[in-house]
Design a binder for this molecule. Structure first.
Ligand SMILES: Cc1cc2nc3c(=O)[nH]c(=O)nc-3n(C[C@H](O)[C@H](O)[C@H](O)COP(=O)(O)OP(=O)(O)OC[C@H]3O[C@@H](n4cnc5c(N)ncnc54)[C@H](O)[C@@H]3O)c2cc1C
Length: 384
C-alpha cells in the first residue's frame, strides 16, 4: 500500500497514528528520514492512512491578521529563537492546567516531540532545533488528553501541524501552532556533527543570542566545555543554510502561504527594521499570523504578556521567502547524501558543504546590523 507519493512524504506520522491495526511503522530511510512502512500482513486496506495523510488533502485558505510581537519577559526572550511567542503561550496553557507538545532533546540529544505539563519541562521545548523531530506517539497522547477534556497546544513544523489538523479537525480545546519553515535536516548529520566534534554533549542551542538575534550562533555544551560559533561560520548552520541537508519533501512543501493549517503561524520577523526600526532591539522579534478563531483566542493570551503591533501581512513576510516559497534543491544535494551514506567524516562534509561566509561578507553584514540597531535605538528614543 502506498500512502502518498514517496518524494512528497513529509514524515509527519499521521498515518501511523490513525492505523487501527498498527500496521504502519515509521522507519528511518537511507538518508535518515522517518517514513511509513506498511506491514502487508496486518493491513486491511481500510484506506484511513491515505485519507488522513496531509499530502493527499488540500489545506483551506483562511483569513489572516499579522503582528510584530515579542515577550515582555526578558528571560523567555533570551531562551527563545525569536520573540518568545511560543513560550508565552505555552506558559499560560500550562498554568491553566493544559498540556503543550513540542520538539526537544532526549538524553542522547536526539530531537523528538514530547509533552510538557510543567514550566520546568517547557524549557527544553524552547528554541528552534534544526533537525527533523521524531513525533513518536505524540498524536496518540494528544488524543488521550483531548478525550480527558484537557486543553492541548501542539507546536511543530507546518507539515506536522497539517497531520494534526487532519487527525483532530476543529476542536475547542486544541490549539495548533506552526512556524515559517526553511526545511528540516536529516537527524544523521546532527548525530555526526555531535559525534565527530564533541564528547558527552549535555545541551545545545541552534539559536544562541549572545551575539544578538540577527547574528545568532550555535552553542554546544559538552565535556569539551562550551562551544559558541556564529551563524556565519558554524559548519552545521552553514550546511543547513546551503540547503543540502533537508528532507526531499521540503523542496516541494505543500504548506506555504496560503496553505498553512495552523491556528497561528510564527516566524522570525526578518526585515522588521524596514517596516519600523523601533521594533528591532536585536533581542528577537517575531511575526505572528492569526488564521482562525482559535488563533484569535491565542492572540488574547498574548495581549497580556507580549508587545504586539498590528502590521500588514504581505509586508511583514516580504523579507522571509520561506513563508511563500519552498527552499530550492541544490545540485550538490545528491553528493552530500552519497558522502553521508558512505560515512564520510564530518570534517570532509564541512570542507565541501559547510564553508564559512567569507570574512569581507561577514564584516558587511555586521556593519548593516549595527546600522539597523542604531536606527532602532534612535526611533525608540523619538517615540519616548
Ligand atoms: C527547522 C526549522 C526551520 C525554521 N525556518 C524558519 C524560516 O525559514 N523563517 C522563519 O521566520 N522562521 C523559521 N523557523 C521558526 C523560528 O526559528 C522560530 O522558531 C519561530 O519564530 C518561533 O520563535 P519563538 O521565539 O516564538 O519560539 P521558540 O522558542 O523558538 O520555539 C520554537 C517552537 O518550535 C518548536 N520546534 C523547535 N524545533 C522544532 C523542530 N525541529 N520540529 C518541530 N518543531 C520544532 C518547539 O517545539 C517550539 O514550540 C524555523 C524553525 C525550525 C525548527
Amino acid at each position: 500500500m502506498q500512502i502518498c507519493e514517496k518524494e512528497l512524504c513529509c514524515g509527519c506520522s499521521a498515518c501511523e497514528a490513525v492505523c487501527p491495526k498498527e500496521a504502519v511503522t515509521m522507519t528511518a530511510d537511507s538518508e535518515g528520514f522517518l517514513r511509513p512502512v506498511v506491514d502487508a500482513e496486518r493491513c486491511v486496506d481500510c484506506g484511513l492512512c491515505q485519507k488522513k495523510c496531509p499530502v493527499n488533502t488540500k489545506a483551506p485558505e483562511v483569513a489572516k491578521a499579522a503582528f510584530a510581537a515579542y515577550s515582555k519577559d526578558s528571560d523567555i526572550r533570551k531562551r527563545s529563537s525569536s520573540g518568545g511567542i511560543f513560550a508565552s503561550l505555552a506558559k499560560k496553557i500550562i498554568d491553566d492546567g493544559g498540556a503543550v507538545f513540542g520538539a526537544g532533546f532526549d538524553e542522547n540529544m536526539k530531537v523528538c516531540h514530547y509533552c510538557a505539563e510543567t514550566e520546568k519541562d517547557l524549557y527544553g521545548l524552547m528554541g528552534s532545533k534544526y533537525v527533523q523531530s521524531d513525533m513518536g506517539d505524540t498524536y496518540k497522547k494528544m488524543a488521550e488528553l483531548l478525550r480527558e477534556g484537557r486543553t492541548v497546544l501542539f507546536t511543530g513544523s507546518p507539515c506536522q501541524v497539517a497531520g494534526a489538523r487532519n487527525l483532530f479537525g476543529e476542536n475547542d480545546r486544541l490549539y495548533l501552532m506552526d512556524f515559517i519553515c526553511h526545511g528540516v535536516p536529516t537527524p544523521l548529520i546532527w548525530e555526526k556533527y555531535l559525534r565527530d566534534n564533541f564528547t558527552k554533549v549535555t545541551n545545545a542551542s541552534f539559536r544562541d543570542k549572545n551575539r544578538g538575534w540577527e547574528e545568532f550562533s550555535m552553542r554546544v555544551e559538552s565535556e569539551n566545555g562550551e562551544y559558541n560559533c556564529s551563524r556565519y561560520t558554524d559548519p552545521y548552520i552553514r550546511m543547513f543554510l546551503a540547503n543540502v541537508t533537508l528532507r526531499p519533501s521540503c523542496y516541494s512543501c505543500g504548506w506555504k502561504d496560503p496553505n498553512f493549517c495552523a491556528d497561528i503561524t510564527v516566524g522570525d520577523f526578518w526585515g522588521v527594521s524596514k517596516i519600523n526600526p523601533a521594533w528591532n532591539d536585536n533581542k528577537g522579534t517575531s511575526v505572528v499570523i492569526i488564521r482562525t478563531e482559535q488563533g484569535e483566542k491565542l492572540l488574547d493570551i498574548l495581549k497580556n504578556d507580549c508587545f504586539l503591533a498590528e502590521t500588514d501581512e504581505k509586508k511583514s513576510v516580504s523579507s522571509n521567502g520561506m513563508y511563500s516559497y519552498c527552499t530550492p534543491m541544490p545540485d550538490n544535494r545528491d553528493v552530500f547524501f552519497r558522502m553521508l551514506k558512505d560515512d564520510a567524516p564530518f570534517a570532509e562534509l564541512k570542507d565541501k558543504f559547510g564553508k564559512p561566509l567569507p570574512g569581507a561578507e561577514i564584516i558587511k553584514v555586521r556593519i548593516k546590523n549595527r546600522i539597523k540597531m542604531c536606527l532602532g535605538a534612535i526611533a525608540r528614543l523619538k517615540r519616548k
